[in-house]
Write a protein that binds this ligand. Structure first.
Ligand code: ATP
Ligand code: MG
Length: 476
């Protein structure tokens, strides 16, 4: 079988390796995605070279264009450069064995087959020759092509060996199964469940990369169900694992919050590729186990889970090696506010409550509404329609008030400087009191969001707390 290597880049690469008299092959994701006719999302081309990968990368780059910069990763024996839209990575064929308890491989030179042996899955171990005499020849020792056709994830060697060499591969199996909608072959899956504990030796950074890729799939719940069943979730993300289960008292049961959360994640994923919005969906009920209460009168409740959940996020982000910056704050904010639109849709909506939500959510109000709509996972169609209708009403209200009061990115119509200059005070407590009074009056609809009205209120409030406006003296 031959694979059509259409892109010009392969001809160029072929010429170079032929001139250098080494053998080289395209391998891994590029081959897999070409056969699947999948978009090459990142245009990565992985080449395995029978020889010194770094040296060949340098020589190839030089021939294509001496100005190309080659990045070398000496520890891994790989080198990479960009050419046109492609990112081309070279690696010398390796025979590799990992020392137990560490993921640092002991590496020696190997054949193509040695290199294929140490790949993660049969569908990722397929190679295509770029050598002149055999250009396009397909080399597939583990019959990856059948697994590709049958939609199966399977390790090339005994899974115990493959997973023990690098336990991250257990997560990669689940990630590829979710991304490609494949099934993990029985023996491979069994080995994951038996070796789950080994994930502990893998760095947090590598784990989160795979977890984020699962979150970015079309239907991430598939991955989370596999993570949970295999025992991996409990090890890498115990708080999420802790959401599962249903408790019953007096015949009243609460819903399974793990399955609910991943359903909400699926729902939001149909609407948005924003990874942080997806994280907010996954985490919105994270504090339910710690706030769970039962009383015979009112049944199950999870009071304050939104607030406590938002407070749990920094610890979770730190441990998972997610960024502790404005992205985290965004997730915290959405988790904290996720019940507010529901409250607005249930009660008689006052303009003031709508204004407050606009003020607090700011530019993230649309994401918050999307999250709330995704949060409706009721199987009762009538109920679902009713909730969605209610949210439509909330959205309408939000639009009306926003048009009228422009609160989305609230800038106080009278700022601190004006207060300081008017009363001739130092920055301090008084300034804060007046600013808060103005903001509250606007949010409560007592005064409009305008300068003149706010200035008047400033003078009244100032007087109340014993301040007097200073007269401006004419300067000479
Ligand atoms: P994508 O880029 O879409 O995530 P990919 O298959 O290209 O998919 P990469 O992580 O870019 O995945 O890895 C490139 C190739 O390197 C894989 O196809 C696989 O052959 C090999 N590979 C990557 N990580 C591992 C690993 N941990 N163990 C074994 N082989 C691996
Ligand atoms: Mg890749």
């Amino acid at each position: 079988m031959h694979i059509c290597l259409n892109d010009k880049i392969f001809r160029t690469l072929s010429e170079v390796v032929t001139a250098e008299n080494v053998k080289a092959f395209v391998i891994g994701g590029w081959v897999r995605d070409t056969i699947l006719k999948r978009e090459h999302a990142d245009k990565d081309i992985d080449l395995v070279v029978l020889g010194n990968g770094i040296e060949i990368a340098r020589k190839t780059a030089k021939r294509i264009n001496p100005k190309i910069r080659v990045s070398v990763f000496k520890n891994f024996g790989t080198a990479m450069f960009r050419c046109d839209d492609f990112e081309i990575e070279f690696v010398g064929a390796r025979k590799e064995s990992y020392v137990r308890g560490s993921r640092k491989p002991a590496v020696e030179d190997g054949s193509l087959k040695d290199d294929q042996d140490r790949r993660d899955f049969t569908i990722n171990a397929m190679a295509v020759s770029i050598n002149k005499e055999t250009f396009g020849e397909f080399i597939d020792p583990f019959d990856g092509i059948s697994d590709l056709k049958n939609k199966i994830i399977r390790t090339p060697l005994d899974p115990v060996r493959t997973f023990s060499d690098d336990p991250l591969r257990m997560m990669r199996a689940i990630r590829f199964a979710t991304q490609l909608n494949f099934t993990i072959e029985e023996k491979t899956y069994k080995s994951i469940t038996e070796n789950a504990e080994r994930i502990k030796i893998v760095s947090k950074e590598r784990i989160i990369t795979e977890l984020n890729k699962i979150i970015m799939c079309d239907r991430p719940s598939t991955g989370f169900i596999l993570l949970e069943r295999s025992g991996l979730l409990h090890l890498i993300f115990p708080e999420l694992d802790n959401l599962k289960g249903v408790e019953k008292k007096d015949g009243k049961a609460h819903k399974d919050n793990f399955h609910h959360s991943i359903k909400v994640l699926d729902n939001i994923s149909k609407h948005s590729d924003n990874m942080w919005l997806r994280w907010a969906a996954l985490l919105h009920d994270i504090a339910k186990p710690v706030t769970k209460k039962y009383t015979p009168e009112s049944g199950w409740s999870f009071h304050g889970h939104e607030f406590l959940g938002s407070k749990m996020i920094p610890d979770i982000f730190r441990r998972l090696k997610l960024p502790l910056n404005d992205r985290m704050k965004y997730v915290q904010k959405l988790v904290d506010l996720h019940l507010r639109p529901i409250v607005l849709s249930q009660e008689e909506v006052t303009d003031s409550a709508v204004r407050r939500l606009l003020f607090e959510a700011g530019d993230d109000i649309d994401d918050l509404m999307a999250l709330c709509e995704a949060d409706i996972t009721s199987k009762n169609e009538e109920k679902k329609t009713r909730h969605l209708e209610n949210f439509k009403f909330v959205r309408k209200k939000l639009r009306e008030i926003e048009e009228k009061d422009a609160l989305r990115n609230f800038q106080p119509p009278v700022d601190g400087t004006e207060i300081i200059e008017t009363f001739g005070v130092r920055p301090g407590k008084e300034v804060g009191i007046i600013k808060t009074a103005i903001r509250e009056a606007i949010l409560d609809g007592i005064i409009p969001n305008e300068h003149e009205a706010a200035r008047k209120l400033m003078l009244v409030k100032g007087k109340e707390i014993g301040l007097k406006p200073v007269r401006k003296t004419a300067s000479h």
